[in-house]
Design a binder for this molecule. Structure first.
Ligand code: PMP
Ligand code: GLN
Length: 392
């Protein structure tokens, strides 16, 4: 497609996101989609009914730009209950149209041209382009398997006097690790020392298995220098809903709200009300949902291991990763994923897509938030892809 000469060069240079590419190929080839992260169950019926009720009988005109008070109060209660946070719903919570918008608000509101933003790779694919569009300069910290951890030397090399922000995503998409406590402490130390703000992409906070989630905002010195981002889509397995939260101390929240008012201004009120109801009426869900997902994780991991794949542990998210090199596959992740979707009928995500340079190229990400039959057939098809790859 011809791109007009006047298009912004950051967008002109951007590829289509790997999620859209792989889901498109899955549709084209009739493949099982273990790529893009979404569950194949419809989500909690009571919450969907509530949204339907609100659509039919509630107020469907513009809600307030910060979000409906009912939802902001529920969000404050929710984080008190689950993470012990004391949040003032009026001055510290802004409702956004998904975490994606919340991230964009944070970058647009907090970056001055030339500011540096520390990003851990493999990084969720919206971070770097949005940082650049806001005038910032991404400084990548390259993480590698099997632990995907950063250390003091890596942070020393990345943080400078220009570091305005650091983006932390824990549990981490795509590699399914939880940032250990000592690493959170180290990152907090660097934020305080460099007077930097942490953008905490906590969208997977409820999808954790054996290891508990610890919010960075609760650590000493971080209450005033964190922007915590949540996603109701992830909380309630309703990924298309795009209801997100921006949580930050009042001064930061005031800036974030300015960015939000001209990005979307507001978020559909029927969905806000349904999420508010869900947060106050779903205590069981937040136990049952990760328990069910852990069973799916274990089912897919066991099926893949039986087929000879080297499966890494998954501490959280909808994902697990497989090391192709250790599974005897010589092809890189992208070549294998293209072969898998086109020739074996199963879509996966190559982790190299989450690096801008010097990518780790032997890891694929698989989504296990699927029915048992889908997982079993997905594992069989991945085994077929491996056979085809070995013969090629
Ligand atoms: N950040 C991360 C790390 C994600 O994995 C996702 C979605 N999977 C998002 C942000 C976007 O969340 P939302 O759908 O609420 O915009
Ligand atoms: N976050 C989802 C994933 O990691 C995809 C979101 C999207 O398609 N933009 O699969």
């Amino acid at each position: 497609m011809q791109i007009p000469a006047m298009a912004n060069k950051i967008y002109t240079a951007l590829p289509t996101t790997i999620f859209a590419v792989m889901s498109g190929l899955a549709r084209e080839h009739g493949a099982i989609n273990l790529g893009q992260g979404f569950p194949d169950e419809p989500g909690p019926e009571a919450i969907r009914r509530r949204a339907a009720e609100e659509t039919l009988h509630g107020d469907n005109q513009y809600p307030p730009t910060f979000g409906l008070p009912a939802l902001r109060e529920s969000v404050a209660r929710h984080y008190k209950r689950f993470q012990g946070l004391d949040l003032d719903w009026q001055s510290e919570i802004t409702v956004t149209s998904g975490a994606t918008e919340a991230l964009a608000c944070a970058f647009l509101a907090l970056i001055e041209p030339g500011d540096e933003v520390v990003i851990f790779s493999p990084a969720y694919d919206s971070y770097a382009p949005m940082v650049r569009r806001a005038g910032g300069v991404p400084k990548f910290v390259r993480l590698t398997p099997p632990l995907w951890r950063f250390d003091r030397a890596m942070l020393e090399a990345a943080f400078t006097s220009r570091t305005r922000l650091v983006v932390l995503n824990s549990p981490m998409n795509p590699v399914a690790t939880i940032c250990p406590d000592e690493d959170l402490a180290l990152l907090a130390e660097f934020c305080v020392r460099h007077d930097s703000t942490a953008i905490c992409d906590d969208v997977w906070e409820h999808i954790v298995f054996e290891t508990p989630f610890q919010p960075l905002i609760a650590r000493p010195g971080m209450r005033e220098r964190c922007v915590k981002i949540g996603s109701a889509g992830k909380m309630f397995a309703l990924t298309g809903w795009k209801v997100g939260f921006l949580i930050a101390a009042p001064a930061l929240s005031a800036s974030l709200a300015k960015a939000h008012q001209f990005l979307t201004f507001t978020t559909p009120p029927n969905l806000q009300n349904a999420v508010a109801w869900g947060l106050d009426n779903s205590a069981d869900w937040f136990e049952a949902m990760p328990r069910a997902l852990a069973a799916s994780r274990d089912r897919l991991a066991a099926a893949l291991a039986r087929e000879g794949f080297a499966v890494a542990p998954s501490q959280g998210t909808y994902f697990l990763t497989v090391d192709l090199a250790q599974s005897g596959v010589a092809e890189d992740d992208m070549a294998f994923c293209l072969r898998a979707v086109k020739e074996a009928g199963v879509a996966a995500i190559p982790v190299s897509a989450f690096y801008e340079s010097d990518a780790v190229t032997s890891i694929i990400r698989l989504c296990f938030a699927k029915k048992d039959d889908t997982l079993d057939e997905g594992a069989r098809r991945l085994a077929k892809a491996r056979e085809l790859s070995l013969k090629a």
